[in-house]
Write a protein that binds this ligand. Structure first.
Ligand SMILES: [Fe+2]
Ligand SMILES: [Fe+2]
Length: 227
């Protein structure tokens, strides 16, 4: 498992951009006039993905950048905390309430600003000062940690991801979620699923494929969820 994660991990900055793309794509799926179930599934997909993303940055990526960019890193942590406050507020609100929409929009505005700062300053700086080898080590570390953090939520995340992206447009983190779910199943009974999933993850990890689709994986997941 360790070797597989190292091989399929993109570099840290690529992975962070993939997460941002996934968050933005999820926000774009939100409609104020959608059913409460759909709104709830989208919000929960977002909340969990953002929580995991923030933990990965705070535990692994920010410490690696702190000595180079102390100001940028130090301003990012309170921004994550504000995001957590909005996530907690969202979880206490029913999707039928109007404040669900306003809180989600507030979260979206905060995340977009934060993402813009990271993508225009912190990530290019990291690529300049850390170098490819270090970025790749950090990426592998982040992937291992992502599986630990996502593991307990894999089933729920997988179901919410399918409800959020019924058209099968998945970014890398969506695939990782599906991957964690399928690995869990494969470990218990379906080892035949592993090679196909490993290939799909490796392909999706190529930067050019960040927004790639994987209809076959989603179909596989639908079957797995229905089983
Ligand atoms: Fe961040
Ligand atoms: Fe980020």
């Amino acid at each position: 498992m360790h070797e597989m994660m190292t091989r399929m991990s993109p570099g840290a900055t690529t992975m962070i951009r993939m997460d941002h793309t996934h968050a933005m794509a999820t926000f774009h799926k939100y409609r104020a006039n959608a059913t409460p179930e759909k709104k709830q599934a989208i919000a929960e997909t977002l909340c969990l993905a953002l929580e995991i993303h923030a933990r990965l940055e705070e535990e692994i990526f920010y410490p690696a950048m702190r000595s180079f960019e102390p100001d940028l890193v130090n301003k990012s942590v309170p921004e994550h905390n504000e995001m957590r406050r909005l996530i907690a507020q969202l979880r206490q609100t029913r999707p039928e309430d109007a404040s669900f929409d306003t809180t989600l929009l507030e979260l979206m505005r905060d995340v977009m600003r934060h993402v813009a700062d990271e993508e225009t300053m912190l990530l290019p700086d990291a690529e300049r000062v850390l170098g490819e080898r270090r970025l790749s080590e950090l990426g592998a570390e982040m992937t291992r940690r992502r599986f630990e953090l996502a593991g307990p939520h894999a089933g729920e995340m997988a179901v919410n991801t399918v409800r959020t992206f019924p058209g099968a447009t998945l970014a890398f983190s969506g695939l990782l979620v599906l991957g964690a779910f399928l690995i869990g199943r494969a470990a218990t009974r379906d080892t035949a699923a592993l090679p196909a999933m490993r290939n799909a993850l490796r392909k999706a990890a190529r930067p050019a494929r960040i927004r790639s689709t994987s209809r076959s994986l989603v179909n596989r997941l639908r079957d797995a969820v229905a089983a």
